[in-house]
Design a protein around this ligand. Sequence first.
Ligand code: AKG
Length: 240
Amino acid sequence: MMSVLKLKAVSESTNSNPNDTAKKRQIVDLGNGSEVIYIQRFLSSDQSWKWFDYLDKQIPWTRPTIRVFGKCFLQPRDSCYVATPGLTELTYSGYQPHAYSWDDYPVLKDILDAVHKALPGSSFNSVLLNRYKSGNDCVGWHADDEKVYGPTPEIASVSFGCEREFILKKRPSKKSRDGSDEPASKRLKKSSPGDQHSYTLKHGSLLVMRGNTQRDWIHSVPKRAKAEATRINLTFRLVF
Ligand SMILES: O=C(O)CCC(=O)C(=O)O
């Protein structure tokens, strides 16, 4: 039987401030308590290019070696991590990035302020920065479900520079309805078009994943031969 996803896309305008009327937000209910918000024109183009240039030049980018399925690879993108002192250290794919200070990169605090204004009630204390230097750079399928983020993380993703496709795919469920394990081939046949969503993340956009999204969905930024220019992405997170 095909799985059915009830999809509700709502467009809203954050018009509490008259200058914000252009900031239309698209809210997508992915079902089962998972939700995505997309604001295409979150930041102005000019401001975003200024911040892109700063981040490209000033951030101490590194390309670490990571471990995936027991094998070591050079991470296919540059990254850097900034966090409030004293937080539990982040480890992903066998790699523990050094946590730089917000004070060293004041622009990050300005971007964080803009994100906090757009998402009342949020209070992020860390940011993972990624730089994709060409269409050959990418991030593979994963969820940001590390324990340090708690059971229902809110992840706010701001993009600068070259547009890239961001894909969300429903995790295949491990159990059938009667609770017995099923072979992957059977599970794959159950996927429906609603089980995958694609966003072209624009220069100056904000995408937010919240609720159960990291539990029930995985995401990726695949390689794209035509994406020739650099893209920088910042994902703000709350470490408990
Ligand atoms: O670059 C992006 O848009 C996504 C980055 C990402 O998935 C991550 O940092 O976990």
